[in-house]
Ligand binder design. Structure first.
Ligand code: FES
Length: 87
């Protein structure tokens, strides 16, 4: 099973969550916070904290720890500014 992460192919095992695939690939963060652009990745691992959100197949705010990776998924790093904030 292969997904694309920020344009690069990443291979995972069937049944893994997207967070599992990313962690197994050596990634520890895959989004940045709206304030101060701090790196975030897996924190609670059970769908509570929303630290792990990514964009999957053009759908934003997907919790990577809950979403099972599907072959061909396109995952992109997420960074949303707060309304009115400068880049
Ligand atoms: S790591 Fe907390 S919701 Fe995914």
């Amino acid at each position: 099973m292969t997904i694309t992460v920020d344009g690069a192919p990443v291979t995972g095992a069937r049944g893994q969550s997207i967070a599992g695939v990313l962690m197994a690939d050596g990634r520890r963060d895959w989004r940045t916070t709206s304030v101060a652009a701090r790196p975030r990745g897996l924190f609670c691992g059970i769908g509570v904290c929303f630290d792990c959100i990514v964009t999957v197949n053009d759908l934003a705010d997907v919790r990577a720890c809950l979403r099972r990776a599907q072959d061909g998924d396109v995952v992109t790093r997420q960074h949303h500014l707060l309304p009115g904030a400068d880049a």
